[in-house]
Design a binder for this molecule. Sequence first.
Ligand code: FES
Length: 109
Amino acid sequence: MNKDFTWHLIALHPNELEFNEENLAEIKVAGRHLCVAKFDNKLFACATKCPHAAAPLKNGYVNVQKQIVCPLHRYKFNLDNGRNVSGEGYFLKTYPVEEREDGWYVGLY
Ligand code: FES
């Protein structure tokens, strides 16, 4: 499905974002709160709350398979597409992030 994204600058450089020790941060952009993950020198954005029982995902971690792991019941979600890879049938909303010449942008819809 094609989506019309509105792109917003979130940082000139990832170092500007206040990542915790698990490389997760919560940011506010265009009035929306997003969870941002830094993985392999790239940024990924998703909803701040787990779709299962609304735990704050910034308190979880990203595993080596680029999956964000919820801090509460450890459900795992693919950061590229939000798929619940641990098999419970939930779906995490994700947002595209692009690195451009003038900074990092997130696409909202
Ligand atoms: S609240 Fe995230 S897995 Fe239950």
